[in-house]
Design a protein around this ligand. Sequence first.
Ligand SMILES: *Cc1c(COP(=O)(O)O)cnc(C)c1O
Length: 393
Amino acid sequence: MTSALSNTYSRLPVAFTHGKGVWLWDTKGRRYLDAMAGIGVSCLGHAHPKLVAAISEQAARVIHVSNLYEVPEQEELAQRMTKMSGMTEIVFGNSGAEANEAAIKLARYYGYKKGNDLPTIITMESSWHGRTIGTLAATDSEKARTGFGPLPGGFIKVAYNDIAAIKAAGDAEPRVVAVLLEVLQGEGGIRPTDIQNLKDLRALCNERGWLMMIDEVQSGIGRTGKWLAHQWADILPDVVVFAKGLGGGVPIGAIGACGPAAGVLGPGSHGTTFGGSPLVSAAGVAVLRALEEEKLLENAATVGAHLKAELSKALLGTPGVREVRGQGLMLGIELEKPCGVLTARALEAGLLINVTRDRVVRLLPPLILTAAEADEIVKILIPLIKAFNAETA
Ligand SMILES: *Cc1c(COP(=O)(O)O)cnc(C)c1O
């Protein structure tokens, strides 16, 4: 049978029927250790009883009403999100790209209200913010952008981790209103920012009246061992972008705003039909509650450190391995040559991984991962990487 699907994904030849914890089973009954969690989404793993119960109970009551009415579940989720992020108001949407669109709109509106005729946003090299037309303009990926022009202007790209480059961009373009960045780039190859850089950027944004906007779509919701990755630097941004892990698997995105970014978007300036529905909000509440109750931030930090140490011990100094990096359960292993074939080989060996930026093996396991399960990842992955590196191109 020919597929009725558009060919937008070159999919691996496997379909899953069900999961439990960090494990997934395919149609042939084979078990896989899921070290990708659906690209960092299924933070509670599969079929987590608390999330299943919250979704089932909410679906049986009411799934959707629209934002024309009060949605208590959305209010409860927003309360929890403001508490964990330090933001003072939340805007809901349905995906990471849509949430970044909201952040871009907020920054532009912030400039517009001050009479700025070309509100400009500084973004980073090797960044990823989504695949809509607006977020592609903010994203630095030739592969994703090519063929989709004209993309909107109003973005300046600078080198990542280079505060001087950001300063220079602001000197050259007085209409800058905001800086948008990931503090641990995901699609960009698990590339971290250092803490001092973030502190300096916070000070620079204050000095120039720019909004500091952090895309925590991949790095947030406990993944690095804090609620949000920038919290390792002990700074408070003006805008935080959320998605992926927030719903534990149901589609949800959001931004949080505070300080100068609070109150910028008013009635009529932004909206969404689906965003923050009772169903997804109940799921979000269940996720945040379970992360807290089960101490999964701490787990991500300790099991992540263990996994990184074991990978480093086995791989660093071996031929073909450049670096093991990342934090918590957001880890990357950079090799010397393109290694996309490793995803299929790992699948064959019963492990779900992914490769980003051609040469970086990426691990984003559920935050419920145990040390024993981390050891299982190491046991499967290390021989695959070593054998791959030993092959002559
Ligand atoms: C995945 C991702 C996005 C895009 O999210 P979608 O839900 O795929 O639109 C945006 N920013 C970052 C940092 C991401 O990792």
